[in-house]
Design a protein around this ligand. Sequence first.
Ligand code: CP
Ligand code: NVA
Length: 310
Amino acid sequence: PDTLKGRSYTRVSDWSREELRTALDLADELKQERVRRKELRVLPGRTIGLIFHKPSTRTRVGFEVGIAELGGMALYLPAADLQLARGESYRDTALVLSRFLSALMIRTFDQAEVDEFATYASIPVINGLTDLAHPLQALADAMTIRERFGRLEGIRLAYLGDGNNVCHSLLRLGGRFGMHVTAACPPGYEPDAGIVAAARADAEAAGGSVRVVGDPLEGAEQADVLYTDVWTSMGQEAEREQRRRDLERFRLDGELLSVAAPEAIAMHCLPAHVGEEIAEDVLYGPRSLVWDQAENRLHTQKAVMALVIR
Ligand code: CP
Ligand code: NVA
């Protein structure tokens, strides 16, 4: 719908359930068209700038390939090479880039930088991951779950490990769609309490639920989806050894899968540290939907661009 034209996507909660569903429906359609080798050049001549303060494989390639397939082009803008690195403000950068580009993606540390961009830019601003949120990832995850189970409503998802950016966006998305989301995290690694409360309010209004537990087996029990992410996120490298010790019991392995629902699937946003947060036989095993999930980053990012870019 036209309600999304010109809009930013800084966090899952920027968009209503129906708007998120529109993006998922379009992503499904774009995936089918791509299989049929049909090109939907709905963004001819449009441009998206991709500002990265952190590394990326999926997000970057998803945007670069995605906009090329839609008839436009991407500019890869490592933050260190912009005048931002020499102190030009986010405000000025947003004002200037709005005169050149059709949309802007930013991957950075502080969510406030994305929010500042969105405040001053007159083009859509898309969050490509912050320490707080990874809303594009949650869209691809939802697409993947819907492909397997045919619905999101009522699906039981257990997120295991570090209650981080990926966990936050999954909570918000699960809440929007009335899923039953459990975050199983050790003490000190729980997701943000404000995000949990907001996700819970959404979930309960939509017939779902949100809970945070401290025991991985309790979290995984009867779940349809077991989901994990790295224990040491980008920027946390100094804490790596401590995190390994604290999160050891939360590895997504065969034991956790054995207590989940019989048809349970395993998910991971990638990149994976095999043998840490996910066991090798799970990642490459028959229950893994990880590679479809990664592919779906492309289709969902194309859908977001097609919907928001004028
Ligand atoms: N999952 C994800 O965002 O991957 P990249 O860091 O490779 O973009
Ligand atoms: N939580 C991870 C996700 C990477 C896609 C990180 O922030 O590094």
